[in-house]
Ligand binder design. Structure first.
Ligand code: GDP
Length: 364
């Protein structure tokens, strides 16, 4: 599955947020047991109203959401790139995630110490990014000599990599993340092999005080501006509210949300933004037994999408019977869609759309 790493300076609300994410009723509901893989790793259900709408039409016995994995990566302090704190462990953990949810403190509270002495989320972002950029610089500089040798010896792969390494180094030395390197499609694989921390997509999670949970505050506005500049995303959330919602029975959540002026838990925004950041989309399989959501990367063709369910589906793929979500709902299910000519037969080249209801035909 896809993994989001939660990072941030100490005392910004990372654990509060992670606990809320993994304790929430939604993470455990819908017949899908929430499982803790390790204490700091949790699978979270991706909230999607379309799934329950489909299940209702098909009278599915089970509803199984798709999931996103969150990893709480504690231990980042100034100096991590030099091995301070849990520096090296921390950097190794970030290397293993697909994207970063960077929590920043946007609330004032005199009782809770700020490690840098004052509330300044943009400065905090820079502190962390500096550590990540230093780690990337270090890892690239250590590789340059070896790569140059191999390139001189005629190694094509090394030649391509050294070019990418140099382009990344120019940016990093200028204090900019490797995310900004313009990578051509044919270079993507080599670039990914460099495993740069600052090449990973970032979502800033602005942890605000309760009164600002919906609209954000002056601090979060500055974070949003910063995100825009560097091609990142940002969301507002109150970790404190979320931790309170998470432990409420589902029936009481709506009332609580209304009282604090939220249309839905802020965590839903975090999960959805993470999903978007990773370029993911959802297709569905729907029947009387279960309605289930599946995650694919945008641009995936039908056989590979089928392969997410089972490798046999991909190997023996014949065709996919496909109904767009809107058609399925408007025509009240598969039979109606079929009668109206809205069930399409799609072949190997079909690029699956977000919301497609799929039924795969395959030869065993
Ligand atoms: P971490 O070190 O980043 O994991 O931070 P924690 O989640 O442990 O939070 C540090 C402290 O800040 C705890 O005492 C939390 O209860 C408190 N905290 C977290 N979020 C908020 C918030 O939104 N408002 C206030 N006032 N306190 C918060």
């Amino acid at each position: 599955g896809f993994r989001m790493g939660i990072v941030g300076l100490p005392n910004v609300g990372k654990s509060t947020l992670f606990n809320a994410l993994t304790q929430t009723a939604a993470a455990q509901a819908a017949n899908y047991p929430f499982c803790t893989i390790e204490p700091n790793v949790g699978d979270v259900a991706v909230p999607d109203e379309r799934l329950s709408a489909l299940a209702e039409i098909a009278k599915s016995a089970q509803v199984i959401p798709t999931r996103l994995t969150f990893v709480d990566i504690a231990g980042l302090v100034r100096g991590a790139s030099r091995g301070e704190g849990l520096g090296n462990q921390f950097l190794a953990n970030i290397r293993e995630v697909d994207a970063i949810a960077h929590v920043v403190r946007c609330f004032e509270d005199e009782d809770i110490t700020h490690v840098e002495g004052k509330i300044d989320p943009v400065a905090d972002i820079e502190t962390i990014e500096t550590e990540l950029m230093l780690a990337d610089l270090d890892s690239l500089e250590r590789r340059v000599t070896g790569l140059e040798k191999r390139a001189k010896g005629g190694d094509k792969e090394a030649k391509e990599q050294i070019d990418l390494v140099n382009r990344a180094l120019v940016l990093l030395r200028d204090g900019k993340p490797a995310r900004l390197v313009e990578v051509k499609a044919e270079e993507r694989r080599s670039f990914d092999m460099l495993q740069l921390l600052t090449a990973k997509p970032v979502l800033y999670v602005c942890n605000v005080e309760e009164a600002s949970a919906d609209a954000g505050n002056g601090f979060s506005e500055r974070v949003f501006a910063r995100a825009e500049e560097e091609g990142a995303k940002a969301v507002v959330v109150s970790a404190k509210i979320e931790s309170e919602i998470a432990i409420l029975p589902e029936a009481e959540q709506a009332e609580y949300l209304e009282a604090v002026g939220l249309a839905e838990p802020g965590l839903n925004r975090v999960i959805r933004a993470g999903y978007q950041l990773l370029g993911l989309l959802t297709y569905f399989t729907v029947g009387p037994k279960e309605a289930r959501a599946w995650t694919i990367v945008d641009g995936t063709r039908a056989p590979q999408a089928a392969g997410v369910i089972h490798t046999d589906f991909e190997k023996g793929f014949i065709r996919a019977e496909t109904i767009a979500y809107g058609d399925y709902v408007a025509l009240k299910g598969e039979a109606g869609a079929r009668e109206a000519g809205k069930m399409r037969l799609e072949g190997k080249e079909y690029v699956v759309h977000d919301g497609d209801v799929m039924h795969f035909r395959f030869a065993p």
